[in-house]
Write a protein that binds this ligand. Structure first.
Ligand SMILES: [Zn+2]
Length: 246
C-alpha cells in the first residue's frame, strides 16, 4: 500500500516531470482515495477504461493520455463530465503522464517499443523526442515483426528498399517529426499515425516511413511504469487494453 501523495511525488521525480513543457499537466489529475493498493493502467482515459477500473475496484488509474488538455474547452460537461463524475463518485485517483513517459530511459514508450521490436544500440536523439538505433533486417521482415508484436498491420510509405540498417522512431502522433528524421543518418522513420503530407515527404527524401498505430505504439510505457510501481510499492497491477485501431 502507498499513500497517494507519496506515489505522486515518487512518479514526478522518477519521470522528471518538471523538465517537460507539455500540452497537459503530468501527475495526479483527479484526486481519489488516500491509500492505494491496486492500480489499473491503460493508454487513454476513455470511458471504457474508467468503467473497467470501477469493475476491478482499482484505487488508481494510470494513463498516457489523461483527461485534461490545454487546448480543450475548459468547461466540464457532456462525456467529460460523465468521466470526471464516475471517478469522483468511485473515489478513484487518475494519474496521467504524457511527454515524460515518452522520453523516460527505462519505462518510456520509445525505449519500450524499441525493445519490443528488437532495435539495437538504442539511444535518444539529443535535444529531441526521437530515438535512433540499428537494425539488420529486411523491410518485409521488419513489417512482419511489427504486425506480430503489435497485432496490427503497419502502413509503409516512401522508399521501399529492402535493406534496413539505421532507424529512428517516436511513438504516437509524431509523423510531423519526419522532417527531423530526414536530417538524421537513418533509412527508416517509424511513428504511430500518418498525415496527408507524410507519404510524399518520405518518398521525396528517400526515406521509408512506417505508421504502426498511435495506440499500438503507446501501450508499453504505461505498463512498464506500473510494473515498476507495483514492485516498488507492492501494488496489484493490471493493464487493460481498450481496442483502438488508430
Ligand atoms: Zn499519444
Amino acid at each position: 500500500m502507498v499513500n497517494r501523495k507519496e506515489l505522486d511525488n515518487y512518479c514526478n521525480e522518477y519521470l522528471n516531470v518538471t523538465a517537460f513543457k507539455d500540452y497537459c499537466s503530468n501527475g495526479l489529475q483527479i484526486e481519489g482515495t488516500e491509500n492505494i493498493t491496486s492500480i489499473v493502467s491503460g493508454v487513454s482515459a476513455n470511458l471504457a477504461l474508467i468503467e473497467r477500473a470501477i469493475d476491478e475496484k482499482a484505487d488508481a488509474i494510470f494513463v498516457h493520455h489523461g483527461i485534461f488538455w490545454k487546448d480543450e474547452d475548459q468547461i466540464i460537461r457532456g462525456a467529460k463530465r460523465r468521466k470526471v463524475s464516475l471517478l469522483l463518485s468511485h473515489n478513484i485517483n487518475l494519474f496521467g503522464y504524457h511527454l515524460p513517459l515518452d522520453a523516460h530511459p527505462e519505462v518510456g514508450n520509445n525505449v519500450q517499443l524499441g525493445k519490443l521490436l528488437d532495435i539495437q544500440n538504442m539511444k535518444p536523439v539529443e535535444g529531441s523526442l526521437l530515438w535512433q538505433g540499428d537494425l539488420n533486417i529486411s523491410l518485409s521482415d521488419f513489417t512482419s515483426r511489427i504486425e506480430q508484436k503489435l497485432e496490427r498491420v503497419p502502413q509503409v510509405f516512401g522508399n521501399q528498399e529492402e535493406k534496413i540498417r539505421r532507424v529512428s522512431w517516436c511513438t504516437g502522433g509524431a509523423q510531423n517529426y519526419i522532417d527531423e528524421a530526414i536530417t538524421l543518418d537513418v533509412g527508416l522513420y517509424l511513428s504511430g499515425e500518418v498525415s496527408e503530407k507524410t507519404p510524399a515527404a518520405a518518398l521525396e527524401n528517400n526515406l521509408t516511413y512506417i505508421a504502426a498505430g498511435h495506440h499500438a505504439t503507446e501501450r508499453y510505457g504505461i505498463q512498464a511504469l506500473c510494473e515498476h510501481l507495483s514492485k516498488t510499492f507492492q501494488l496489484q497491477h493490471q493493464y487493460i487494453e481498450i481496442d483502438n485501431p488508430v
